[in-house]
Design a protein around this ligand. Structure first.
Ligand SMILES: *[C@@H]1O[C@H](CO)[C@@H](O)[C@H](O)[C@H]1NC(C)=O
Ligand SMILES: *[C@@H]1O[C@H](CO)[C@@H](O)[C@H](O)[C@H]1NC(C)=O
Ligand SMILES: *[C@@H]1O[C@H](CO)[C@@H](O)[C@H](O)[C@H]1NC(C)=O
Length: 505
């Protein structure tokens, strides 16, 4: 009996405390509202509106995070989390930051470059050197058998000598030159010394540098496209967006979770932990700085680099085709810097645009350091001839350096897929874009509207209201998309077919 009274009494006390809590919260609310009123009056701006819009920002980020990043759900409505996220310097998602592996910090490691022992060329008994992949090996063998057969019948038939067989590799479709190692995209390029290129005894090492934000599907496509020809991928991730907001280190998480196990032995992870001075006022500073840091930090952590190794810097949405990069790896005699003609498309590979995008993206390690001061952004800027080290470097190579580009305006040598995300990814790109790429569409709430974004994707329209002309495209066409995406069609269908039209290809 007395216990019951006690329990009832406790219940009353609890209820009373709860009552106080409600009153306290109400008071707090009134305080906030009057504070806002005061502020509004003072500055004549709608602070509340701003706060609300940043709150929807956060909700969208959360939604996006759940959809793409599989973060544990955190209650964004709880004041605790709101507080956490409203501080750009705060440790976002600290509860899910995975520890570095026991053998060292991901962003402190070094990478040792080794010569690639893959036998890319067949050295026939007769002395011919044929690129294995580009040569009809069966035809080659049968021709030799045929000749041997003829000799048996008629010994006067000249035996196959080494000299005879040089230039005698029977090329498969898509491969050219005496060794069948020149792919069509180089064969039809403007490389001036095309007829003078020769296979190397030891392949160059290939270094591919990129900055990553949330282009994870394109990242998998890159790794599968280039995984066997690139020796190391320098991948830079920052805990700041190009706009200066904080962002979680999603790529790092995904590596540690094992999502890149198939390629992680070739990844050198680079962590940019600061935002450059002046990056807020002029977004281009932030944008360039990403590439500068990527190259300087990444290259300094490579061991065994050689002067004739190949350095390639891409944006995450620029994927070079494998065969062109393989040519750079296996041949001597090409000039530099090297551009790449890329197929251009918007939102997916289905909105193909006219022409190609030709970006200067490759050079040797020697040129990177002697001409571009070890800064990858300078390579992309096409200003090599005005760089102070250029003439001296050109002189040291003993030849005239003219830029050229793999591919041509009608032969795609890669893919540039702009804004190729699901609508939530487009939204995230909008709000994390740098300040300075005006107009900055992420500043307009109506452009951040997901149904508006879906409509753009459906029509191929742009944020300025225009709807460009697109040439027809079909997933079956040559060089429609990287092979890995086509091979996994169901998984990447949203990039291969317009998700919002009824028409079926
Ligand atoms: C980024 O990481 C660095 C180093 O851990 C830290 O000092 C900085 O506050 C972080 N910035 C953000 C926005 O999280
Ligand atoms: C070019 O190289 C030659 C030797 O190969 C040297 O004599 C000459 O001074 C060099 N010129 C420049 C501009 O570096
Ligand atoms: C987004 O746009 C649609 C259609 O224009 C509209 O109905 C909807 O209210 C908008 N949503 C927001 C959050 O503004």
């Amino acid at each position: 009996m007395s216990r019951l009274v006690l329990i009832l009494g406790l219940g009353k006390v609890r209820r009373r405390i709860r009552g106080y809590k409600v009153i306290l919260l109400c008071l707090l609310g009134i305080c906030v509202i009057s504070f806002l009123q005061y502020y509004k009056a003072l500055h004549n701006i709608s602070l509340l509106k701003e706060l609300l819009s940043s709150f929807t920002h956060l909700k969208m980020l959360k939604m996006f995070g759940d959809m793409f990043w599989n973060f544990p759900a955190a209650d964004f409505h709880s004041p605790h989390n709101f507080h956490k996220h409203s501080h750009p310097k705060g440790n976002v998602d600290s509860n899910v930051i995975l520890p570095d592996p026991p053998d060292g910090k991901l962003h402190d490691r070094t990478f040792v470059l080794h010569d690639d022992p893959t036998p890319y060329f067949i050295h026939t008994k007769s002395g011919a050197v044929c690129f294995r992949e580009g040569t009809k090996v069966a035809a080659f063998a049968s021709r030799r058998r045929l000749q041997q057969h003829h000799r048996k019948i008629n010994p006067k038939v000249k035996p196959i000598s080494g000299d005879d067989m040089v230039g005698q590799c029977p090329c498969r479709q898509g491969w050219h030159g005496p060794h069948c190692g020149i792919p069509t995209i180089v064969y039809h390029s403007n490389l001036p010394s095309k007829s003078k290129v020769t296979p190397r005894k030891v392949p160059r090492r290939v270094i591919n540098a990129i900055n990553i934000n949330h282009e994870f599907d394109l990242l998998h496509a890159r790794f599968h496209e280039l995984g066997d020809v690139v020796d190391v991928f320098l991948v830079c991730e920052s805990n700041f967006t190009a706009y200066g907001d904080s962002r979680p280190l999603v790529f790092r998480q995904q590596i540690l979770k094992g999502m890149f196990d198939y390629i992680k032995h070739k990844i050198l992870y680079i962590f940019l932990d600061h935002f450059p001075d002046g990056g807020n006022a002029d977004g281009w500073i932030a944008d360039d700085y990403l590439r500068t840091y990527l190259t300087k930090n990444g290259m300094s952590r490579l061991e065994g680099l050689k002067e004739d190794d190949v350095f390639i810097i891409d944006d995450a949405d620029e994927i070079p085709a494998r065969d062109g990069i393989l040519f750079l790896k296996l041949y001597n005699g090409w000039t530099e810097p090297v551009g790449i003609h890329m197929r251009k498309s918007l939102y997916g590979f289905y909105w193909r645009q006219f022409g190609t995008l030709n970006v200067l993206s490759a050079c040797t390690a020697a040129m990177l350091f002697k001409v571009y001061n070890g800064d990858g952004i300078l390579l992309r800027r096409r200003s090599y001839y005005s760089m102070s080290g250029f003439r001296e470097y050109e002189n040291s190579t003993g030849r005239i350096l003219v830029p050229w580009a793999i591919g041509s305006p009608v032969h795609y040598a890669g893919w540039h897929c702009s804004w190729c995300f699901k609508p939530e990814g487009i939204y995230y790109k909008l709000i994390s874009a740098q300040n300075g790429d005006f107009p900055r569409w992420g500043d307009y709430s109506e452009k951040r509207n997901i149904s508006y974004i879906k409509d753009l994707v459906r029509t191929g329209g742009w944020f300025d209201g225009s709807i460009p002309d697109y040439p027809p495209s079909d997933p079956k066409e040559h060089m429609f998309a990287p092979k890995y995406l086509l091979d996994n069609y169901e998984k990447y269908r949203y990039l291969l077919e317009n998700p919002y039209t009824k028409e079926k290809h």
